[in-house]
Design a protein around this ligand. Sequence first.
Ligand SMILES: Cc1ncc(COP(=O)(O)O)c(C=O)c1O
Length: 393
Amino acid sequence: MTLAIMGGKPVRDTFLSYGQQWIDEDDIQIVVNTLKSSFLTQGPMIREFEQSIAKYVGAKHAVAFSNGTAALHGACFAAGISDGDEVITSPITFAASSNCVLYCGGKPVFTDIDQKTYNIDPLKVKEAITERTKAIIPVDFTGQPVDLDSISSIAKEHNLVVIEDAAHSIGASYKGVKIGSQADMTMFSFHPVKHITTAEGGIIVTNSDEYAEKLRLFRSHGIKNTDLLKEEGPWYYEMVALGYNYRMTDINASLGISQLNKLDYFIEKRRSIAARYDNEFSKISGVKTPYQSKDTNSSYHLYMLQLDLDKFKVGRREIFEALRAENIGVHVHYLPVYLHPYYRELGYEKGLCPIAEDWYESALTIPLFPKMSETDVASVIEAISKVVKYYLK
Ligand SMILES: Cc1ncc(COP(=O)(O)O)c(C=O)c1O
């Protein structure tokens, strides 16, 4: 039985989701203009969006994809992942971070997370390397960048490709440098709950000419269409690899261009709400606020509390349901990927990453997005204080 159900009025009248896009008139106008233009896809907006993202993050190339998952698939192709290759990644992530390895016939190897940051632990990565290891896919979980120096030096020593899954961390920085230029390839997602959206969309940024060329080939059927191939005639093109149609449309890209203009403001808002949460929740017994490493400046895709379950009369499930009854859209990110039934059938077993499994039991995502009003933020704080106090032993 939850508090609101027990006769009390919920803290909020309307449901507040954990994340939501911000769309304004500028976004609508640019999309309408694209709809009225000659190109709905394969037009100039793609190039402009790619160049704007590359400039923003400080990378040489950007290659846009229809979504972040397709972009990760492209990165695995460009890295040459194939049958039997091992790729090390974090268990605390969305399944796409490792599914992309499976798409290429590779084997995801999950190594445990760091107790403090919840990002992949570089020491565990090092221990998991075998002669079959080809790449590492570190994930900047919640928007806090992974320890990139350690990951890069391990990768260098063992000749591995680093594909940073930065779906959560556009605009974040590591040691003062914006995410996007430090790994071999870095992926950003533009799903509506992310910092900026193209509805569906993703991108790989890289400083490598070779990777950029392979990514472009892969996202468009593996077809090459350059002037050098035109001896046969002007119509001529060749398919030289098994690619896909993973192209972003100009409609999506134009929305991305307009959203990018607001990204710094969005991040500022996210950081200021997170600072407020840190301040309020550090005063409450039973919850732990997210640790931030001094080397990183998170862009806060998610804000997660950790419940000190020993201090409560009930489990996470009851606390979760009580907050939902207060109309607070709490969530849990993520079940360790290898515990999904599909992965279990592949042979992954419970107990593989004990820190990640423990962490999952007590994690709770609370609403955080730039469009939250002062009243929204206050209602989250009030509801959490109310529910936590009610259920503390
Ligand atoms: C960590 C992580 N990686 C990859 C993805 C996949 O991105 P997309 O939804 O754009 O395919 C997501 C999306 O939620 C994600 O959170």
